[in-house]
Design a protein around this ligand. Structure first.
Ligand code: HSE
Length: 436
């Protein structure tokens, strides 16, 4: 008879509790699908007394995750502690070094130490699985690593942060202020402990770094990513986007260019009729453009206990079946350093919202500065007070420009010149348009 796979779980927050409940509910199906029972044998959490709504009577308790990682009765160590440093890092290292496979949902740890941990897993011939680190329940890691192992990738882009998508959706649909939507997302358990991590784009960047490595065979390198969050997005941008046929989404984009791999996270205008624009609320989506398969979009729940536990359990299932893949799709030693495409050379269309002085010649000055940088305009709209322009000031009018494809450098230079001309007040709002 095959012995059960003994699992040790470190971290009993929303995801850990959902995982244990799901293992209990799916016991028979899991044993049938994996050819082996899966048993939660030990856990590690700060408080033993806390009621988590799960039965932990038969489970061994540890107070030290590293001790759990090394415990002889455990086959698989599941790390749900989070954070790039200790104790998560030392516990994962201890498990791998003692010949145990690891399943983790820890994007921060992988974005910072992914290559070293992959090498350690390979050295000890064990698995390092992290489906839950990106896109919640969406099986995007396996899609890139196994499902599309024979494809050449051109671009990957996605909504990778449920909190931001939830906030943008509520702001757009219910005309609610940013702060109220953020509070709601926190209450629903989507946001990180420090929500600035979500709204300033760093959570998306960590996930993008992992996806880019899987797609392009490069070392995971978060420092190669240009990052902007959503905190500057105003209701005026969402309503202008709507009128122009767009929606605003926080996207993580990794694209192969002649200058190298461009990796960027920023609020993005996407056409309202595209698949990704339909993705609302906490839902995540990833679109893959691969040679001959263009586009492939996966959409699903991206945050919360059940979504993340689903991905963790699928990784445990692979280990129970005896499946082991190089963590980033190829041996760690074959991952190349990222050749980073400079953001100034990014090419695409731009949405620009300016508060322009309401006097003759202003539009001509702006148009001249754009023309000097060879920026061609697809549309220019001057709004009148009283419309969706709550930030309009007396004596100034919001002007919205949509450019044809140009470069980041040209847009920055043109706007700097417009600023020097003193025909606008405040900072211009700039949102990149992604072709989709
Ligand atoms: N804070 C993350 C999000 C959780 O909002 O998507 C899942 O990684």
């Amino acid at each position: 008879m095959v012995t059960p796979l003994k699992v040790g779980v470190a971290g009993l927050g929303t995801v850990g509790a959902a995982l244990i409940a799901q293992v209990a509910r799916q016991q028979e199906a899991l044993a049938a699908r994996c050819g082996r029972a899966i048993e939660i044998a030990a856990v590690c959490a700060r408080s033993k007394a806390k009621d988590r709504g799960i039965d932990l009577k038969k489970v061994q308790w540890f107070s030290d995750p590293v001790a759990l990682a090394r415990a002889p009765g455990i086959d698989v160590f599941v790390e749900l502690i989070g954070g790039a440093g200790d104790p998560a890092k030392s516990a994962v290292e201890a498990a791998l070094a003692s010949g145990k496979s690891v399943v983790t949902a820890n994007k921060a740890l992988l974005a910072k130490h992914g290559v070293k941990l992959a090498a350690l897993a390979e050295k000890h011939h064990v698995a390092l699985n992290f489906e839950a680190a990106v896109g919640g329940a969406i099986p995007i890691v396996k899609t890139l690593r196994e499902g599309m192992a024979g494809n050449s990738f051109e671009r990957i882009y996605g909504i990778l942060n449920g909190t931001c998508n939830y906030i943008l959706t509520r702001m757009e649909q219910d005309k609610l202020p940013f702060a109220e939507c953020l509070k709601e997302a926190q209450r629903l358990g989507y946001a990180e402990a420090d929500p600035s991590f979500d709204i300033e784009g760093h959570d998306t960047a960590q996930k993008l770094a992992i996806l880019a490595s899987l797609a392009f065979g490069t070392k995971v390198d978060q420092s190669a990513i240009y990052v902007e969050g959503i905190s500057s997005i105003a209701p005026a941008d969402l309503s202008a986007a709507d009128e122009l046929g767009y929606r605003v989404k926080l996207l993580g984009v990794a694209v192969k260019t002649q200058k190298g791999i461009e990796q960027r996270v920023h609020p993005t205008m996407v056409r309202k009729d595209s698949a990704i624009a339909q993705v609302m609320g906490v839902t995540n989506a990833v679109t893959v453009d691969a040679e001959g398969i263009n586009p492939l979009t996966l959409i699903g729940p991206g945050a919360g206990g059940a979504a993340t536990a689903s991905a963790v359990l699928s990784d445990i299932g692979d280990i129970a079946r005896g499946v082991r893949t190089a963590p980033f799709g190829r041996p760690a030693a074959l991952l190349r350093s990222v050749r980073k495409a400079p953001m100034q050379r990014h090419e695409g269309g731009y949405y620009i919202r300016l508060l322009a002085r309401d006097k003759p010649g202003t539009a001509a000055t702006i148009a001249t500065r754009l023309a000097e940088q060879e920026i061609s305009l697809e549309s220019i709209v001057q709004r009148h007070h009283g419309r969706a322009d709550s930030d309009a000031k007396a004596g100034s009018v919001p002007v919205i420009l949509i450019t044809y494809a140009t470069t980041e450098d040209a847009v920055r230079k043109a706007l700097a010149a417009v600023g020097r001309d003193r025909v606008i007040s405040g900072m211009p709002q700039v949102i990149r348009i992604e072709k989709n």
